[in-house]
Design a protein. Structure first.
Length: 361
């Protein structure tokens, strides 16, 4: 009997030792598995990063290889909204004309993409600083020489804003400057409120550029900005032509506008109740109107170009000897079908030295 119990104790002890050994082996196996998985995960992440870098390098190498046939063109991002649009459209047109691929700077993307559904790709910082760019400065209008610009990596510069660059592909340019849906819907909602009970409302967007131009034009360019008389003539044109005109006014000098634009007829609306708004919001509002009254500047020009319809602009707004005319050509800036109203230059002529001298006698 004692022998039986002895054997049973030995059996239990053996089973206990086997169980403990099994648990230890299982625990060690789990530790090994966890270590292996962690190492594999780190290796996977490292491999993923390596593959990503290789992909980007291959992409850059592929693009560089493609540039042997189709070169990279870009343009310096300079100025505000109107300038950015002119630079974008000019780059788009010249690159298409010469069979090259156009890319835009990140700064230009930041200006235009919140407003428009632009399609040109954006240059990476690596490409901006590493590419051996050939700089090519443009003037404001299209020239024959621009058809033959050479170089694999061309960076255009200047402030081009002329229909002579891109009017032959107008529909493509308008497609590039398609407003985002939420901007279109918000703008149309506002215009519908302004329309009220009118059945035959015709919207005329009025952009009055003032701000820095009030001093720059007379003191630097021997020119003037639009005055009260010009706006009255332009608005009279539309009042005489359309049954129910509605004038929507935006400006960077709204206080001046409220003092000099007669709104007593009930057909004039100052955007945002006379409070200056953001450039993008003002631009969208004006571009959704049927017709345009612009004063001076690229902002108003692009409003007229996108809105279509009739556009009235201020012309002959500098003295004949102004240096501005070396940089700017009226016939290249404004479409032939647009209607120009000459500026009143008498304030400038009265300030000429010989006129001041005559006034003393």
């Amino acid at each position: 009997m004692e022998m039986f119990y002895r054997k049973r104790r030995i059996l239990f002890m053996a089973l206990f030792l086997m169980t403990v050994t099994g648990l230890l082996l299982l625990y060690m196996f789990q530790i090994h598995i966890c270590f292996w998985l962690k190492h594999s995960l780190q290796l996977s992440v490292a491999c993923d990063q390596l593959l990503r870098h290789q992909f980007m390098a291959q992409k850059l190498n592929l693009m560089t290889a493609n540039c042997r046939d189709s070169c990279v063109w870009t343009i310096t991002s300079a100025g505000r909204l109107g300038n950015q649009m002119g630079e974008y459209a000019t780059l788009y047109a010249l690159a298409k004309l010469t069979g090259n691929q156009a890319y835009i700077m990140p700064e230009m993307y930041n200006w235009l993409s919140p407003i428009f559904k632009i399609n040109l790709p954006v240059l990476s910082k690596y490409m901006i600083f590493k590419m051996p760019w050939r700089n090519y400065e443009l003037h404001d209008w299209m020239s024959e020489e621009y058809k033959y610009i050479e170089g694999k990596y061309v960076k255009l510069s200047g402030f081009p804003c002329s229909w002579t660059f891109y009017h032959h592909i107008r529909e493509e340019i308008l497609q590039e400057f398609t407003f985002h849906d939420f901007i279109r819907d918000e703008t149309n909602k506002y215009l519908e409120q302004v329309k009220g009970t009118r059945k035959n409302a015709t919207f005329i967007g009025v952009h009055v550029r003032r701000g820095d131009y009030v001093n720059i034009m007379p003191n630097i360019w021997k020119g003037v900005v639009a005055d009260k008389t010009y706006l009255e003539k332009a608005m009279s044109y539309f009042r005489n032509k359309y049954q129910e005109p509605v004038f929507v006014v935006t400006s960077n000098g709204m206080e001046w506008c409220k003092k000099n634009i007669d709104a007593s007829s009930g057909d004039v609306y100052f955007s945002e109740d006379g409070v200056e708004s953001s450039p993008g919001k003002d631009f969208a509002l004006l571009a959704h109107c049927n017709h345009t009254i612009m004063t001076i500047g690229t902002f108003g020009y692009w409003v007229g170009y996108l809105a279509g319809g009739e556009t009235i602009y201020l012309t002959n707004f500098t003295l004949p000897d102004s240096r501005f005319l070396k940089l700017f050509h009226y016939d290249a800036a404004f479409l032939p079908e647009w209607i120009g109203i000459p500026a009143d230059l008498s304030p400038l002529r009265n300030d000429l030295p010989w006129n001041k001298k005559k006034a003393k006698y």
